[in-house]
Design a protein around this ligand. Sequence first.
Ligand SMILES: Cc1cc2nc3c(=O)[nH]c(=O)nc-3n(C[C@H](O)[C@H](O)[C@H](O)COP(=O)(O)OP(=O)(O)OC[C@H]3O[C@@H](n4cnc5c(N)ncnc54)[C@H](O)[C@@H]3O)c2cc1C
Ligand SMILES: NC(=O)c1ccc[n+]([C@@H]2O[C@H](COP(=O)([O-])OP(=O)(O)OC[C@H]3O[C@@H](n4cnc5c(N)ncnc54)[C@H](O)[C@@H]3O)[C@@H](O)[C@H]2O)c1
Length: 477
Amino acid sequence: MSPTDHEQEPGAREETDVVVIGGGPVGENVAQYAVEGGLSAVLVEGELLGGECSYWACVPSKALLRPVTLVGAGSDLHGMTSGRLEQDALLERRDTWVSGYDDAEQVEWAQGAGITLVRGHGRLVGEREVQVERGGGSRRLTARRAVVIASGSEPLVPETFRDALPWGSHDATGLKEVPGTLLVVGGGVVACEAATWLAALGARVTMLVRGSALLGGQEAFVGELVAGALRDQGVEVRLGTEASSCRRKDARDTGVGRVHGGPVVLETGDGELSADELLVATGRRPLLHDVGLEAVGLSRDDVTHGRLPDWLHAIGDASGGPPLTHWGKYQARLLGSRLAAEAADRPVEPVPDDVPVPQVVFTDPQVASVGMTEAEAQEAGHDVVTSEVPFDAATGGALLRDHVSGRAKLVVDRGSGRVLGATFVGPEAGELLHAATVAIVGKLPVHLLRHAVPSFPTASELWLRLLEDLPVELRLP
Ligand SMILES: Cc1cc2nc3c(=O)[nH]c(=O)nc-3n(C[C@H](O)[C@H](O)[C@H](O)COP(=O)(O)OP(=O)(O)OC[C@H]3O[C@@H](n4cnc5c(N)ncnc54)[C@H](O)[C@@H]3O)c2cc1C
Ligand SMILES: NC(=O)c1ccc[n+]([C@@H]2O[C@H](COP(=O)([O-])OP(=O)(O)OC[C@H]3O[C@@H](n4cnc5c(N)ncnc54)[C@H](O)[C@@H]3O)[C@@H](O)[C@H]2O)c1
């Protein structure tokens, strides 16, 4: 089979070991690991190879946020003249990072990795059978060993807002026109990150958050610190606020990242709010409505509850698990290697069942967390002991800005002395996280961690402060 060929004799079937539906980072990784293990793999992609992450999510958002963060740092370091954002150059930087929305480099990578790319929309049409449609043509693929659904996720937009054609994350990351005023519905990760770069680019942003905190589910200080920082950046954060209705005259599809018509008016308990644009960031769900589940007698719930036949797998956002690129890619590495090992009758690598999920939110300050919060650890039945220190408790943390706002917390199991979870909020906090992930996966007790000496003066010395803040008896084996 040639890499992007879409022609096939009528009625013909092509066989391969693994068929992957969806060529995002997760689909790419499972195909790569299967091929490296000696299998053949076809990757079916309907849009751009590289998926949401590369063109509309992680990569463009972080390309926009990095200069925003550095300008913030520059204006809080005595001895440095503050930097300034240049909108056109910033959008050019984003365009460079998304390769001008062209996937030629990814296609080249796939070819080099020995993966066959088939462009088009893939659907299951029977056991191990996938039909790919593109334009008027179609192609039938048979998987000797497995079909993997890696179709990603789609935004959930509440009915109230749909007729207004509000912005979604594609518009926020694919930004072309900065609205003068912007309402953001949602207080999760997308809302907080997008509010950060849009406010920095001059939009007057108001966030409407129905809950009592931003970034719910994290340690309580996370939402407080991020809300405080957003307010300092000029964002109005309204907690406990819901929109009961939404109207917009002249709602029009003007294209991604452009203002979609006239002003948007939202009715809330506190009265009416009006703005040039509305960004709805109210969560995502697995994209499963058009992958042919019904053809093999399965439902969305079967996928998200893992009730799949042994030839069918779902990973990444499509699985309903944590919708994070690194988590999906981890699942993909495991599955690709497992499929190859099973095919070759090699032993399958054992996998720990309690691998923690890390996440970094790239607001300013950043939020980095892994494992359990204190509340989650208690709920799981642990006898919990915690330590908590301000981010500037270590010289290396304090040196990062003139006014450092942030906090760090460790959640430890009292009996075993092992770290169960960690949260860091502060400048560049994401870079502190991997040490915590290693400590949890390695089941390292506090008395051993004390011998991991952080360099002076790095922010990693926060680890010393956190360990010193724990009960003294945990320091001894
Ligand atoms: C604004 C934003 C910022 C984010 N930032 C981060 C971040 O910083 N870090 C992080 O870890 N995560 C981040 N995420 C989450 C991350 O984008 C997802 O977890 C990740 O993209 C999931 O990868 P995936 O391969 O499962 O799905 P996707 O990246 O969505 O890829 C799925 C692919 O499948 C294709 N496809 C779907 N159905 C079919 C079909 N039937 N036939 C053929 N092709 C199909 C799609 O076209 C797409 O290319 C962010 C999300 C958003 C919205
Ligand atoms: N840096 C990162 O790792 C990163 C960045 C962006 C997105 N992501 C991933 O993308 C996923 C989706 O992000 P998200 O921010 O859209 O979802 P989210 O689940 O993080 O947040 C959704 C927010 O919308 C609110 N909400 C839900 N329904 C609502 C309604 N009907 N009315 C008003 N508010 C409502 C929720 O209370 C919450 O505040 C995240 O789970 C995250 O894993 C990760």
